[in-house]
Ligand binder design. Structure first.
Ligand code: ZN
Ligand code: ZN
Length: 336
């Protein structure tokens, strides 16, 4: 990934083509999204005569009608189960509607750690405290409230869900998937790996164009997840795997996952060193580092950029390259 500011991408491109992959075993259905950073999502139908759906797109009429029109045109009359790579609205928004309309059986599978995401739960007071200690202006909270309400309109609440776990084997009509838990983008992100055929559906864990954003992510218990540290560990696991093709949650097929992962690691370690460099001047709060690194930022970008910086500070901490201290209710990082 040559771009140094992945969270600032703006794509106004046309949708990719729908495509039949793996000799007819997989249908990639490309569905539109109303987000400035990402304009489309891939839903995947897998199977020869009996079908499962992996990710659904959002539940808006445009997206839903494109999905059902594709199914009808390809004589796919019924979906036996819906699998969700992770609990972001673009990946599960239409699931309940497909069940309600009798297109899919009432069988939805997701990793248990995604429950808070699918319920769109977050504790505003808790985020408020963290943001304050990082020196981030509190008006970001209002923007998060707005974003959360906007996301709510993109998805129907899921009814009953069943859980999938790392290492589980899932037989489908034409092969077997192994569930690979790849925390990072979210804590319960999973990939679907057909070891025998050598392909993987990766959700947002591997993407051809965007660097998956590790967002500031707080647990119900009040702790903060070190999402970038987790993500890099997941990348290292995926790197060693034998994969011929990765079918991601957004944009094009990834033919060479090893070079993509190398580029991602290079990007993150370079950024980590750049922040270490900035911290040589003086100790700073995460917000000061963010404004140092990115000169002009809009509101939502502040949150995305600060989330990234916090991820890189976690990496520096993991490598014993920074220390932290509190002063006047603010958290400072010092280079060591
Ligand atoms: Zn996502
Ligand atoms: Zn996504």
């Amino acid at each position: 990934m040559s771009d140094t500011e992945p969270h600032k991408h703006q794509h106004h491109d046309a949708l990719l083509e729908n495509k039949v992959l793996e000799n007819g075993l997989i249908h990639r259905i490309v569905l539109p999204l109303p987000f400035p950073q990402v304009r489309q999502i891939n839903a995947y139908i897998v199977g020869r005569k009996n079908y499962i759906l992996i990710d659904t797109g959002i539940r808006t009429d445009d997206s839903y009608n494109l999905l059902t029109a594709y199914l009808a045109a390809n004589n796919i009359r019924h979906i036996d189960a819906i699998y969700i790579t992770h609990g972001h609205v673009d990946h599960f928004g239409a699931a309940q509607k497909l069940i309600r309309d009798g297109i899919a059986d009432n069988r939805i599978f997701i990793h248990q750690k995604e429950i808070a995401n699918i319920n769109n739960e977050y504790d505003e007071a808790l985020y408020g405290n963290y943001l304050k200690s990082y020196g981030i202006p509190q008006d970001i909270l209002e923007m998060m409230r707005y974003a959360s309400a906007f996301f709510d309109t993109m998805a129907d609440r899921l009814g009953d869900v069943s859980f999938i776990e790392h290492g589980m084997h899932l037989a489908y009509d034409g092969g077997t998937f192994e569930i690979i838990l790849t925390p990072g983008h979210t804590s319960g992100s999973v990939c679907f790996y057909d070891r025998e055929k050598g392909f993987m559906l990766s959700g947002d864990t591997l993407l051809s164009r965007l660097s998956p954003n590790p967002l500031l992510d707080l647990n119900i218990d009040g702790g903060r997840r070190k999402s970038l540290v987790e993500y890099i560990a997941s990348l290292s696991v995926l790197y060693t795997m034998n994969i011929q093709a990765v079918y991601p949650g957004h944009y094009e097929v990834i033919p060479d996952h090893k070079s993509l992962i190398k580029n991602l690691l290079t990007f993150h370690y370079k950024r980590m060193m750049r922040i270490h460099n900035i911290l040589q001047q003086k100790p700073m709060t995460p917000y000061e580092i963010t404004t140092n690194l990115f000169k002009t930022l809009q509101q939502m970008d502040v949150f995305l950029a600060a989330s990234e910086v916090i991820g890189h500070l976690d990496l520096l901490e993991q490598h014993d390259m920074v220390q932290t201290f509190d002063k006047d209710g603010l958290l400072y990082y010092r280079a060591v």
